[in-house]
Design a protein around this ligand. Structure first.
Ligand SMILES: CC(C)(COP(=O)(O)OP(=O)(O)OC[C@H]1O[C@@H](n2cnc3c(N)ncnc32)[C@H](O)[C@@H]1OP(=O)(O)O)[C@@H](O)C(=O)NCCC(=O)NCCS
Length: 178
């Protein structure tokens, strides 16, 4: 008899991650509402989401369980510098390591495009996001005040070419890039 495989909470084989396509628009709106409805800064507007699905689709990735979108990472390259604008996973899918798959898709793209830098904007008390950025080697380089509203403090953190080359070594060993 074949061994029974038990699904565990960090078994990522049930997820797929792929670049956005035009028809992901509604799923993105659903993720935005589920994740940011109660956030002070609020949800991304439809125009911004269409920018992702139409102009930056190759740089933005969605994670799916079956047909359901459970997380996403939105990136905007400017020359050789990438701005990672959002990395988010539905609360019930946090701690499942699906965020690792999203990051992996993003890093692979950064390496394939031979980018020089990747920047993240984060709230100082968002420890989960900061841990994820730090795991990639990111360092805080500046703080910005009154970003979305008076008193809104954000931190810019950055991974540079050296960090990307370290990631290239790791990804090459794992055969995630050639
Ligand atoms: C940010 C977010 C995607 C992280 O996903 P998560 O499933 O909650 O992340 P985890 O709990 O697995 O990650 C946090 C821990 O795992 C580690 N980790 C996460 N991803 C990692 C990676 N790719 N490589 C190595 N370590 C990683 C971190 O070191 C961290 O460890 P620690 O805090 O115990 O030291 C998720 O919390 C989220 O969607 N938050 C709401 C949206 C948000 O605020 N997004 C960020 C701003 S856009």
């Amino acid at each position: 008899m074949a061994p029974i495989q038990l699904a565990n909470s960090t078994d990522t084989s049930r997820f797929t991650v792929r670049p956005l396509v035009s028809s992901d628009f509604q799923a993105l709106q659903g993720l935005e509402a589920a994740l940011w409805k109660d956030d002070l800064t609020g949800e991304l507007c439809p125009h911004y989401l269409r920018l992702c699905t139409e102009l930056y689709a190759d740089w933005c990735f969605v994670a799916l369980e079956g047909d359901q979108a459970v997380g996403y990472v939105l990136n905007f390259p400017n020359g050789k510098v990438n701005y990672c604008a959002t990395l988010a996973v539905l609360p019930e899918y946090q701690k499942t390591r699906v965020n690792y798959l999203l990051l992996r898709a993003m890093v692979k793209k950064l390496l394939e495009e031979d980018m020089d830098e990747c920047r993240f904007l984060v709230e100082p008390n968002n420890h989960d996001a900061r841990s994820v950025h730090q795991a990639l080697g990111a360092r805080v380089v500046s703080e910005v005040h009154d970003y979305y509203r008076k008193g809104d403090l954000r931190l810019w953190s950055v991974i540079d070419k050296g960090d990307l080359e370290k990631l290239r070594g790791r990804y090459t060993r794992l055969r995630l890039v050639s």
